[in-house]
Structures are given as C-alpha cells and as structure tokens.
Ligand binder design. Sequence first.
Ligand code: H53
Length: 829
Amino acid sequence: EFGDGKGKAERMFGLMDVFLKNDPITLQKDILDHVEFTVAKSRFNFDDFEAYQALAHCVRDRLIERWHDTQIHFSKKDPKRLYFLSLEFLMGRSLSNSVINLGIRDQFADALSQLGFEFEVLAEQEGDACLGNGGLARLSACQMDSLATLDYPAIGYGLRYQYGLFRQVILDGFQHEQPDYWLNFGNPWEIERVHITYTVKFYGTVTDEVLNGEKYKVWVPGEMVEAVAYDNPIPGYGTRNTIDLRLWAAKPSDQHDMEAYNTGDYVDAVVNRQRAESISSLLYPDDRSYQGKELRLKQQYFFVSASVQDIIRRFKDKHKNFDEFPEKVALQLNDTHPSLAIAEVMRVLLDEEHLGRKRAWDIVCKIFSFTTHTVSTDALEKIPVDLMGSLLPRHLQIIYDINFNFMEELKKMIGLDYDRLARMSIVEEGAVKNIRMANMSIICSHTVNGVSRLHSELLKTKLFKDFYELWPHKFHYKTNGVTQRRWIVVSNPSLCALISKWLGTEAWIRDIDLLIGLRAHVTNAKLHQEWKMVKKVNKVRLAEYIETMSGLKVSLDAMFDVQTKRMHEYKRQLLNILGIIHRYDCIKNMNKNDRKKVVPRVCIIGGKAAPGYEMAKKIIKLCHVVGEKINKDNDIGDLLKLVFIPDYNVSVAELVIPGADLSQHLSTAGHEASGTSSMKYLMNGCLLLATEDGSTIEMIEEIGKENMFLFGAKVDETAALREKGPALKVPLQFLRVVRMIRDGHFGLKDYFQSLCDKIEGENDYFLLGADFASYLEAQAAADKAFVDEERWTKMSILSAAGSGRFSSDRTIQEYAEKTWRIQPCRCNS
Ligand code: H53
C-alpha cells in the first residue's frame, strides 16, 4: 500500500488528474486497442462478442483508475472500515451498471455508434455472475452498490466460485440443472492479485508450547491451501469512490504434501494439489437447508481465514498494537455462513498475536455484528462437532471455551434453568452433537439485526426469545432495500428518464426520498399518458422475450401478472397456479357475454428449485402442464396465458420486472423474513398482490392499503388456523381445483398426488386452502382496478413514488450510523 505524506505516487497522480479521458476519440481508440491487443482480434474484423470484450476492458481500465484512487485515499485517511463478509454475492452483469455509475454511458454509446455498434446490443453479450442463490445474495450486491455510492470505506469479502448457481434448463416441463462455468471466456470485471495470497490451514492437531514462560496453543495443520485474491471494483454513482469486492480462489499450496514428494509419491502428490482447488469450485445450490457437508465448512473457513488475515495485515500496516482495532474495524456477518470469523479472530489474537484471553475476547465483542435472514429454526446452521473437530481442531477448542464462559455467566444471571441453558448453549447435545452457529453469532456480536420489522419481532418473540430476554439492547432491524441504480436506472431507462423529467432532476438516483415528489403529479393527465407509454415499451420488450423463448405470442392489452422468486412451498407458487386453474375453469364455464368482461391475463412464473427439493420441482412441472393445456386452448384465446420463464437470474429480472403490471408475493404470513423482489417491482410502478408478511407490512405504510391488493391470514392468525386441522373450512373452489389435478386433468395423475396430499386437510401447513378465498378476492379486485385505466395508473405512480424507503441506500445508512459506526470517506480527487 502507498505511503503517507507526499510520496511519488501522489505527486504523479496530481500531475495527471484524471488519467483516462472519455472523449469519443479516446474511447474509440481505447476500444480498438483492446480489440487488437487484449482480445487479439483484428481491429478491422470483430464481432459483437469481441466488441463487448474490448468495451468491457475499456470500462475496466476506468474502474481500476478510480479504484486505485479510492484505495490510496482510504489508506491515507485510515478510517474505520466495514468488512462485509458474505458467502454469496449475486452481481449479475456489470457493463451497464459500471458505465452508468461512472457517468460515462452516453459517451460510450456515442463512441460505439460511430464504430457501427450499438451499446445495448453489446451489453446483451455479457453473461451473469451468479455467485449466489437468491434474496440474500442479491441483497449483498445491492448493499455493495450503496456502500460505494454513499462513500463508505467498505470492503466485501466472498468466494470466487468457478461454477456459479446452476443454469436451469427445462426439458419436457421438468427442471434440469446444468453447470454454470461462467469463467469460460474470462472475466474482465476482476483483477487477479497473484501477489495477495494467504495460506489457509485445515485438519491436524493442536499442541501446547511455552514461550517466555507463557503457555500457548499451536495448531499443526494437516493440509494447507493458498487463497488468491481477485478484486472486483464496485463503482459508486455520482462519486469517484470505487470500492473493492475481494473474492478468494483456492490454489494448491507449495507447502502442500511436501512429505509425499519426499517419499517419492510424486503422482499422488500432484493429484492432491489439484484437489485443493475444489474448495472454491462450486456454489451450493440450496439456499436454506443445511447439510453438514465437509466441503461447505471448508469453503466457509477458507474465505473467513483469508479475509481475517487480510484485515489484520491491513490494520498492522498502520498500527503498532491492537489498541485501536475496534475503532478501525467493523466485521459484518451476512447470516451465519461467515460466523467462523469469530473463532478465527479469537485464534489469531490468542495464538499468533499473544494478546491473552481477556483482551482478545474484549476485541471480538466489539467488532462483530450479525444479520440473520431466516424465520425458521430448521434453516439455522448446525455443524456436527466431529466435523468441526477434525477440520478445525483449534477452533473447536475456542468455541468450547467461549461457550464455557458464556454458560458460567449465564448461570449467574438466570440460575440453574437447565432447559434454557441447553437452548442457549452453542453446543447442541443429542445423538449428534452440533455447534449452533446462530447462537455463537448472537453471543459474540454486539448487534443482531433482522431484515424487516416483522422479522425482528419474530426473532425477539420466537426464534431468539431467550437471547432477547437476556440482551434486549442487542436486537435491532434494518429493513432490506434494493438499489435504484440497478433496478430503475439500468433496467428501466424509459422510466428513469420519465422520473427525472417530472422531478426536474436526476438527484433521486442518489437521493431516493425525492421520488415522493411524483405524488404531486399523480392526477396529471400528461404524466399518466407518458407513464402508460413507458409501461407499454417495457411490456413489448418482455413480450418479445417470451416469444423468442417459448414461441408464445402474448397480447399487450392483457395484464402481465408476474411471480418470480426461488421456488419454495412457503412462497406458495402453488397458490398462484391453483388460482390460474380456477380462472381457467371459470372462463371455460362462461357464456360469450360473460367472457367479454374477463380481464385478459398473461401469467408469468419464474424461479429455480434447489436440485434436491422435490416438491419445488413438482410445482415447476405443474406450472408447465397447466400452461400447456391453457395456452393450447383456442377457445380461451388471449383471455389467459401461462408462461414459465426459465433460468431466472438477475439479467432476466431486469427485463421482467419493468414489464410487469401486477406482481405476486404470496408467502404464508410469518415465513418471509423480508422479501426484496417486491421492492424492485414497486420501484418500477408495478402493483403488488401480497400477503401481510415481511417487508410488505412496511410497504403498506408507505403506499397505503388502497393501492395494493392484500389478502390472507395475518401472522397472528396462522397458528389458530393450523390448530383447527381437519375442522378448518376450505372453499369448494379450492377442493375443486385440487381435484382437477388429482383426476389427471393436466396429465401425470400419479406424479402430482403427493403435491396434492401436501395441501389438503391437516397437511396444508402453508395454509393454501385457508387463504384461497381471500386470494381470489384480491385477484378480483386487481381485475376490477385494471379495467379502470386511470385508477390503475394512479396506483402505479403511487407505488413508485412511495418506494423510497426500500432503497438499499437507506438500509446502508442505518447500518453505518447505528450498527457499524462508520463515516463516509469521499475521494475527491
Ligand atoms: O434473504 C432475503 C430476504 C428473504 C429471505 C432470504 C434468504 C435467502 O435468500 C437465503 C437464505 C435465507 O435464510 C434467507 O428468505 O426473505 O429478503 C434477504 O434478507
């Protein structure tokens, strides 16, 4: 890192000001230079993909320039930094987002058009970086964008998986998973740092050693792997600040298996070296179920160990001792996946820095904050003690030690309430002993955040009740948010232009609260006309996509009704499909006159199912068989269509969300911690049909009940409904549609029986039957509103106008001020 004071680097930088220019001639030359020398194609002959590669490198150069400036600035100022640890970052594409945040999109578009290329066409060439599963992972990506934009000195740490989330391919209506080898054509958005490597240790034994009369533990590892840094610059909008997302890749260590070489087992030793790389080879595709897999634990420790070494190295560059560590370092645990960082910091401070237990523990308690994303006990991570002991023997000792001390303290506070002590212990006793990662995270963090107000209430009253009663001050929430840069500016340029025009400023792109200004024009006929036009443009784009993908032509006059998210029973895609069957059934039974009153719908469903999640996969298949029947029924025509959009990912979302009229968020109340896709739809002026769950409850406060279609049991009603069991009344329409599936109306009678079994009678844990009537009412209300164009447009404008609270800028600001206690550090040069 660069030195203090007026070093050579600073003087040179001062002379050069902005190093790379962005006038059309420079840009064209730079693009052609990259065609010729980076892509190694002739500048007289290159195709769209090669042009994209060259363009990406050109943008990368500019990112690197600002990234350097920012790092130098941070290093000089030495502010308290936030280290954001997450096993998943769902970044999607980078090109458009980068040029927009750098403020040079138009310059690039002009330069390209003079070369005979269209910016949008080239942007389409880029593949998605899918290093995450769903909501949690995309949230990390949105938060990185906000951290950069708000000038916070932050670094994200994660894993550079070679295989991202599987590609979903639909064959005959069934989901198949294909590997996503996303690095095939290189990745211009990362910088490989061959010199930034750390050794990560695994297995082995722990011995005692004496140094200067003091006893220390020494971990003698059985395996060592190198972590190599890959830096991904994240540009802020309207600022030079460009922060770092540092992802680690596993490489064999030179120290690896020296013994094997010495004993002459050369071939085996080389093969073993190769195995080391498997640590960062793939992203686990199940986003909620935890299986005690060794490779997964290895991934977690690998990225945590490399990150902690990097953080401590950076701190020691500037400081002689650890006194100021808590004033300079905030470590954020994105769920429990990185929670081994707690034991790792403890280990380094104890065994390597020799700080002594009291000081080490004191530091640990001041630097960690933890955000949990789940509402269910089943989703909490547990690591079998045997696995932990074999892979990380020293960490297991440290965890036991933390737990012992905690239990002793706890006994003093609550007495010998053994049940409660057992519930709160980090170690779960039972046939298999487990380490409860959430308990460890709560005990060792100064703050525990939920992701919506309701979520936080559930944490306090259910999931972590014991801890809340002990430490009420630790429990907080920061309602999730999404970045308007990606979800309006990049994905909906027409809406972006319209908003700026009507607000008379582009400042809302950094200051989302300004969106509220749209309310002042909500009855303006001119705005209505333009607003409808924007929606139309986006619907055309989506309709074209549907046609190229499935061959299905859809009517633009129909309501585009969308549900896109991971497939989960609790998210109740099944409720949507049952509703569609009901609608189909009704239309079939109508006379010609009544049919004229039907609001035509294009129902769109998209989302991936975890490969081992059978029920979710059956729902996908059901969606296809129902779609096939409806779409082929000429008698129905444009009144109803059902489309499944395969391989839903960030770039598909960018296309689908702006084109939606209505979006559905159907989780059984109390099951969605927050939900973030609803925020993206809302910002795009899409109306919500939703249960009162997660962050929707807060949306009601911003948008008003009258501008949404709400339905279903509330969170405090679900338990009573479940208790009713067989006595629970479900509407006849519900029984009828389930019967249609059971009777083979859509084929595959036997295959769907188990699906039907799960939603009938006592088995209907997610209360589809109980909520069905109210769901249909909400759907009818949506139909009614849709035919009143003026009312619908007004509701749409009010949805977007009221979405400001759901920007990740607001979330990040709250975290920065209340949890991490960090200050902006703007690089002005
Ligand atoms: O995290 C989102 C929430 C959403 C929640 C989701 C999530 C995952 O994506 C994966 C695992 C997990 O436990 C939770 O389901 O409600 O909006 C971001 O906080």
